[in-house]
Design a binder for this molecule. Structure first.
Ligand code: HEC
Ligand code: HEC
Length: 359
């Protein structure tokens, strides 16, 4: 039952608990509540930058971002012409669909909850199991997935090529390339747009930037607990997560109602026994906007999700007031939502492939 990976993690978590036990000797009202809390937080978390980060091998020119936005909203890259990226990653709803698991082509229910597309650019790799290395690798997945958009690269290219405005826009976004309009460049353009979907200026970020009074007492207690108890060991960095992989159930495996047995997570990617039920530590930015929670989408209440984490990852039954404080802190992670003007899309032509009927 117990494998070495768990043991390593338990030690790491214990170490951080030991460290914080020492720090916790300082009276709460004094050191913790003031500058020390800020200093400690700055070591573990980073604010979201005000501008999108540079992308590897993808120059995010204005033309590319604009094209990517159109493609993100264009349902005609799906076989049915009904489903766009925005269907499941709704930019008006925190970048996801607020469904237990997503509904795709043919009304098929997918196996996992849709993570938000917001701030995804800061994750070390994409998907609950990290199987796509970056956003441009990721973007090719859903277009082809049977339970998502169910399309073929050649069909997507034919669709886009049938509309003269897209041809021109691809040429401008990818100048000097022999074939500007391609499936690969579609993914690059989408990546350039997605990188703009960042949410800076949350109250927590303002705290990290030096505004000590922007968080109230309960939120500060929640932040202290989040670091104290060891949550931050897995949920750190810019996105408070999205950086590493851990068993869901380091200490105690949740029941099948929350962790369905059929989805073994990273095991499917690496085929290593140690990776059974290992998932990427979920990024927690804007978490109050993206219920339901976990890859199964089985938990709708954020307080319950916090309680589950305490039990499964730390082996600790958190008290109601601790759960409420941590949840209050998590709500300070809601940033300024991106303002996206809905793009006007080119009209279909006589040569645009017709939509496939959904059963
Ligand atoms: C039918 C719903 C659906 C559609 C359509 C869809 N997605 Fe997703 N998306 C999901 C689900 C579900 C996941 C998680 C899958 C997994 O982890 O195995 C996901 C994962 C992602 C992620 C990874 C985020 C992270 O934190 O790991 C990104 C980015 C993303 N999708 C972008 C897109 C883009 C771009 C498109 C359009 C080309 C798109 N999606 C279309 C449902 C959808
Ligand atoms: C050992 C690493 C680890 C620790 C410690 C940990 N988590 Fe997690 N957390 C994860 C993983 C992995 C997931 C993804 C679980 C899944 O597969 O759905 C996750 C998911 C979550 C989610 C759901 C996010 C979503 O979008 O669905 C929340 C909320 C959360 N953690 C909060 C916490 C809190 C609060 C603590 C401390 C009490 C904590 N975590 C401790 C690894 C950890």
């Amino acid at each position: 039952m117990d494998h070495p990976f768990n043991a390593i993690w338990r030690t790491a978590v214990k170490k951080s608990i030991a460290l914080f036990a020492v720090l916790a000797l300082a009276p709460l009202s004094g050191a913790w509540a003031g500058e020390d809390l800020m200093a400690q937080a700055r070591e573990q978390f980073k604010p979201i930058p005000s501008a999108p980060p540079a992308l590897m091998g993808n120059a995010a020119t204005k033309e590319r971002v604009e094209l990517g936005k159109m493609l993100f909203f264009d349902p005609r890259i799906s076989a049915s012409h009904l489903i766009s990226c925005n269907t499941c990653h709704n930019v008006g709803m925190g970048g996801d669909d607020n469904l237990e698991t997503s509904i795709g082509h043919g009304w098929a229910k997918g196996p996992r909850n849709a993570p938000t597309a917001f701030n995804a650019v800061f994750n070390v790799a994409q998907f609950w199991d990290g199987r796509a290395e970056d956003l441009k690798a990721q973007a090719k997945g859903p277009v082809q997935a049977g339970v998502e958009m169910n399309n073929k690269p050649a069909q997507v290219e034919a669709t886009l090529r049938s509309m003269p405005e897209y041809v021109t826009r691809f040429e401008r976004a990818f100048p000097g390339e022999k074939v500007s309009l391609s499936f690969d460049n579609m993914a690059k353009a989408i990546e350039a747009f997605e990188a703009t979907l960042i949410t800076p200026y949350s109250r927590f970020d303002q705290f990290l930037e030096g505004n000590a009074t922007i968080l109230n007492k309960q939120e500060k207690e929640g932040l202290a607990l989040f670091m104290d108890k060891g949550c931050a060991a897995c949920h750190g960095g810019v996105n408070l997560g999205g950086q590493g992989y851990y068993p869901f159930g380091v200490v105690e495996k949740p029941g099948a109602d929350i962790l369905p047995e059929g989805d073994k997570g990273r095991f499917e990617v690496t085929k290593t026994a140690d990776d059974s039920y290992v998932f990427r530590a979920a990024p927690l930015r804007n978490i109050e906007l993206t219920a339901p929670y976990f890859h199964s989408g089985k938990v709708w209440d954020l307080e319950q999700a916090v309680a589950v984490m305490g039990q499964s990852q730390l082996g600790e039954k958190l008290s109601d007031s601790q759960i409420q404080a941590i949840t209050a802190f998590l709500k300070t992670l809601t940033g300024e939502q991106p303002k996206v003007e809905y793009p006007v899309l080119p009209v279909s032509t006589a040569t645009t492939p017709k939509p496939v009927a959904m059963q």
